[in-house]
Design a protein around this ligand. Structure first.
Ligand code: NAD
Length: 269
């Protein structure tokens, strides 16, 4: 068997960080090489496996230079400002990167695209196999129902989520726009309040719900006269995102540069 892939987990004390650590610990093809979190994080200096009752030999650090030394791939589920700093360091050390963080600006996405000329990156707002399939189905549905149908993207997440609409909802909106032969920025409607007037044809609407511990629900509605099609995905555990991200890390093992998404990882293109 080849040497296990040396993985660094960023945001290791977060909700996704936990799921990723569990995923790495239970995969013989992967080895935990580094664990990163903010300087003020309470787990700093402790063994990254402590919360799972195991000794990994890897301490949680905030110093990216320490964490990335001799690493193969960084898996990042944090916040955009952290991801941008990690991206710069990954380029410096030629470490591949899986970016699962959401909420990036257009400019930040352009920086990620440019960085992929130097290092291999998988960037996807949703790493689950089911959502990756849903993206394809939505594009196909929008292409077929491209006249006389109104498209709305509805999502619900837990009360702690800080960005809206979710990165996945935006990605589904992009897929729908692609199916319609449009650019999402020209047809998205992110908010409605008061006397909005009738719905304009060709727009893609978004609705956001937040509450409780919902891991992630997404529905794309294509509503016509006399019928509507609803395409839904419901995540019941973060393990689905973590397993997808770690599968993406293995996919990058043989890539030197380039920007990929989960459709590449799953061979759905
Ligand atoms: P969380 O708040 O539980 O964890 C975030 C982690 O990042 C924490 O460990 C926190 O300390 C760390 N962090 C925050 N700001 C930082 C900074 N400035 N520098 C360094 N570390 C910092 O959040 P979560 O639920 O784990 O989600 C993390 C991100 O992943 C969010 O953007 C979320 O939308 C995204 N997400 C993506 C997918 C996907 O499949 N792509 C799935 C779930 C969540």
């Amino acid at each position: 068997m080849a040497n296990p892939l040396k993985v660094v987990i960023a945001g290791c004390s977060g909700r996704m960080g936990h799921a990723l650590l569990e995923g790495v610990f239970s995969d013989v093809e992967l080895v935990l090489h580094g664990a990163l979190d903010r300087a003020e994080n309470v787990h700093l200096g402790r063994d990254a496996g402590e919360q799972f009752g195991r000794v990994s030999g890897v301490r949680v650090v905030s110093d990216i230079d320490v964490a990335l030394k001799d690493a193969d791939v960084l898996v990042d589920f944090t916040r955009p400002e952290a991801s941008m700093a990690y991206l710069a360091a990954c380029q410096k050390y030629k470490v591949k990167m899986i970016i699962g963080t959401t909420g990036f600006s257009v400019e930040e996405k352009q920086v990620i695209e440019a960085a992929a000329k130097n290092i291999a990156i998988v960037f996807a707002p949703n790493m689950s196999v089911g959502v990756t399939l849903l993206i394809n189905l939505v594009e196909q549905a929008a292409r077929v129902l491209n006249e006389g149908y109104d498209i709305e993207v509805v999502e619900m997440h837990h009360r702690y989520k800080v960005d809206a609409p979710s990165g996945t909802a935006l990605r589904l909106g992009e897929a729908a726009a692609q199916g319609l032969g449009q650019d999402l920025k020209d047809c998205a409607v992110y908010a409605r309040e008061g006397v909005t007037g009738e719905r304009e044809a060709g727009k893609i609407g978004f609705a956001t719900m937040r509450g409780g511990d919902v891991v992630g629900d997404h529905t794309v509605v294509l509503a016509g006269i006399g019928e509507r099609v609803e395409l839904t995905h419901k995540a019941s555990s973060r393990a689905t995102f973590a397993l997808g991200a770690l599968r993406a890390a293995k996919y990058l093992a043989v890539k030197d540069s380039g920007l990929y998404d989960m459709r590449d990882v799953l061979g759905l293109r």
